[in-house]
Design a protein around this ligand. Structure first.
Ligand code: SF4
Ligand code: SF4
Length: 459
């Protein structure tokens, strides 16, 4: 399926996109329209962020603009410049569902709440979870749940899987699997190594089966009547939710994934004055989250969240006070490693951000010299806060400041939440008591884990 594409009528062949593409999937001659090689593309959308060639109302007139907007299935209220590199938009399906008797549910990833407000003129990195929840409710979604809740759930499953692999001689190192661009890269380029990927679905894909089984029961609705929209900082998430195996709920687990930019389009389409919205809460219990869930949005965040819970799983003790901050994995360097004392075990971890940095790691893995237990990989330059679906930064000069501010807001949010460890989330405890029973148990295996091309189903 086509997720990201380049409009040959608009592309000037400046080749800025080819420089940022982490997998060298963009081909073409200088000053001629470029083309994306779909088999190699991992759908990360970095080219969408970088592209500078556009059609605008002011420069190109209403007729051409309207034609391009229609080709992209964008609502008629969209008036921003349209760039040559773009992701295929599915907002029309969302609007159709909102106008139907469907029981609509929505959720947003951690990195959306630190960037969405930029599309409404607020400062870079403004933290607005309350306004975001209010806007989604005003749009008409019947339930405003949260991917941060499922990020906490992911940690319970992934932390347990890691402990099992470490203590029972499973395949190590284990890599995170929440970035669909990274997963596709492994499947395309190194299928023989996919057994190193955690079998955990990403938070988005854990949400789907949970909301359409457990959530359906809570709301007393038929799973068939639920339409679940996921708002992501990411263009690759639409690819992920369209994967054929993503139907553990008996339905499509997630119906449509839209980007942060597209949520802003939707808010404008419904004429909502975002900036003056009073803060609202997410719907409970599937909107309850901890600081660990929210730091998934930054590079190193999944690792930090996993350590906060892994420590308790292994030692039976709690990290408290300033020990909750795992500073050794917090940086934006392309690859860094750390050794963390967890009881008697020295956990050796690595964090990689921006897929352009992956080659030496794969070489070491193949050579058997990658002496680590657990590695987080995010495809985008600084993790999901810098994702291809985030508000577009038209000026390159704004990029470092935007990433920094979104990152700082993410950590500030973590610090100020009443609970900061996934296993302390009361809604997560409840779901294990009432429904899943235990992490990596039978029900989890069916709903929350997956297999990859090349992995042969073994982990
Ligand atoms: S979406 Fe990502 S991988 Fe695909 S062409 Fe663009 S930059 Fe390259
Ligand atoms: S790093 Fe995040 S935003 Fe970028 S492709 Fe991966 S999941 Fe998507």
């Amino acid at each position: 399926m086509t997720v990201v594409t380049i409009d040959k009528d608009i592309c000037t062949g400046c080749q800025e996109c080819t420089k940022v593409c982490p997998v060298y999937a963009i081909e073409g001659n200088p000053r001629e329209p470029q083309k994306i090689v779909e088999e190699r593309c991992v759908n990360c959308g970095q080219c969408v962020q970088k592209c500078k060639s556009y059609v605008s109302l002011v420069d190109h007139g209403a007729e051409l603009y309207a034609q391009k907007r229609a080709e992209r299935h964008l609502p008629e209220t969209v008036a921003e410049p349209l760039f040559a590199a773009y992701n295929v938009c599915h907002l029309d399906e969302v609007i159709t569902a909102l106008n139907s008797p469907k029981f609509t549910m929505v959720m947003a990833a951690p990195a959306v709440r630190v960037a969405l407000a930029e599309d409404f003129g607020m400062p870079l990195g403004s933290l607005t979870p309350g306004k975001m929840a209010a806007a989604m409710r005003k749009i008409g979604f019947k339930r405003v749940y949260d991917t941060n809740w499922s990020a906490d759930l992911t940690i319970m499953e992934e932390g347990t899987e890691l402990v099992k692999r470490v203590t029972s001689g499973g395949t190590l190192p284990m890599f995170t699997s929440c970035c669909p661009a990274w997963v596709k890269y492994m499947e395309d380029q190194h299928p023989e190594l996919t057994k190193h990927l955690s079998s955990c679905r990403s938070p988005q894909q854990m949400s789907g089966p949970m909301f359409k089984t457990y959530g359906a029961k809570l709301n007393k609705v038929d799973p068939k009547d639920i339409f679940l929209v996921s708002v992501m900082p990411c263009t690759a998430k639409q690819f992920e939710c369209s994967r054929p195996e993503m139907n553990a709920s008996g339905q499509r687990d997630v119906d449509v994934a839209i980007t942060t930019r597209e949520l802003a389009y939707l808010i404008k389409y419904y004429g909502i004055d975002f900036n003056s919205l009073p803060d609202e809460e997410f719907d409970m219990p599937l909107g309850d989250y901890t600081g660990a869930g929210t730091i998934f949005g930054v590079t190193g965040g999944v690792m930090e969240a996993a350590i906060r819970t892994g420590y308790t799983l292994i030692t039976g003790k709690e990290l408290n006070g300033k020990d909750i901050d795992i500073k050794t994995v917090r940086s934006t360097e392309g690859f860094r490693t750390a050794e963390i004392k967890v009881g008697d075990l020295t956990l050796k971890v690595g964090v990689l951000t921006y897929l352009k940095n992956i080659d030496p790691i794969i070489e070491k893995l193949k050579a058997g010299t990658l002496d680590l237990h657990f590695i987080e990989v995010m495809s985008c330059p600084e993790g999901c806060v810098s994702g291809g679906g985030q508000p577009k930064l038209v000026l390159d000069a704004d990029v470092p400041e935007a990433y920094k501010s979104r990152r700082e807001s993410t950590f500030a949010h973590d610090k100020n939440l009443p609970k900061r460890k996934s296993h302390e989330n009361p809604a997560i405890k409840k779901v294990y008591d009432e429904f899943l029973k235990e992490p990596c148990g039978e029900k989890s295996h069916h709903l929350l884990h997956t297999t990859y091309r090349g992995s042969g189903g073994h982990h």
